[in-house]
Design a protein around this ligand. Structure first.
Ligand SMILES: O=C(O)COP(=O)(O)O
Ligand SMILES: [Mg+2]
Length: 255
């Protein structure tokens, strides 16, 4: 059998740099994001948490005698915090409960989820590398999430990403969570950043509204849980991968 040597590969493969490589090369040589704060939503944007949230939701529902919710439906229940997800899980089976009545379910959810928060949850493809590149380009990184502070910090810690972020701002660490713009502004402030040079990256209408309320440019990632922003058609800032997230950030910061 004749083995193809590397030099026998088409020259396009040998010599043409990929888009990823170009971004990486640029990151090693430039300081183009100095002074910028890049704020990431957590669930559905940085980390694919749906598998573990799905198991935890069904654990608390079945313990209280309710039916399990299928995975695909749970994905669309994420983004407004665990209590909202539990209420949606109940509504899915025609049960309407006042928030106070879901408290016991919430406690059983928290107990299970905290113990299993990183069983299957992983950063989306390219996310970890992009955080490295953004930091190398001088950006300050932050997280603004409707997860509780404790759960957000636990997850980020288990993924080994804590040192990447200047601030992590959970829903219970601010007076008003997303879609309030205050949540993002507090996140930027705690990262010692300025809202004039900050960008919000998120996977849902909640994130887009929060960014608009805070007066920040918004990059929408389409690989998360949605629902997608309404009346928002900035195609330049719509990203279906982390390569596109990086392009969108550059196009906002260095037009
Ligand atoms: O719903 C949640 O638990 C949090 O969601 P978020 O990180 O997308 O804000
Ligand atoms: Mg999200």
């Amino acid at each position: 059998m004749i083995k193809k040597s590397r030099s026998a590969l088409p020259c396009r493969l040998n010599h043409q740099t990929t888009r990823c490589e170009r971004i990486e090369q640029a990151s090693m040589t430039s300081d183009t994001l100095s002074g910028w704060t890049i704020v990431f939503d957590l669930d559905g944007t940085l980390v694919d948490t749906a598998p573990d949230l799905h198991l935890a939701l069904n654990h608390c529902l079945s313990k209280a005698g309710f039916q399990a919710v299928p995975f695909e439906s749970v994905r669309h229940m994420i983004g407004q915090g665990a209590k909202a997800m539990i209420e949606k899980g109940l509504a899915f089976q025609g049960v309407s409960r006042a928030s106070a009545e879901t408290e016991p379910l919430w406690h059983s959810f928290l107990q299970y989820y905290e113990a299993n928060i990183c069983a299957e949850s992983r950063p989306f493809k390219g996310a970890t590398r992009s955080l490295e590149s953004l930091a190398a380009m001088g950006a300050t990184l932050a997280i603004c999430t409707n997860k509780t502070q404790h759960l957000a910090e636990t997850l980020i810690g288990k993924l080994g990403l804590t040192s990447r972020f200047a601030s992590v701002c959970g829903a219970d660490s601010v007076p008003h969570k997303k879609p309030s713009g205050e949540h993002i502004l507090h996140t930027v402030d705690r990262a010692n950043g300025s809202p004039d040079r900050a960008i919000m990256i998120g996977d849902s209408q909640t994130d887009e509204r929060a960014a608009r309320n805070a007066g920040l440019p918004f990059v929408y990632v389409t690989f998360g849980y949605g629902p997608s922003p309404e009346n928002w058609d900035d195609t330049r800032c719509r990203a279906s991968s982390y390569v596109e997230v990086m392009d969108a950030i550059q196009s906002v910061a260095n037009p």
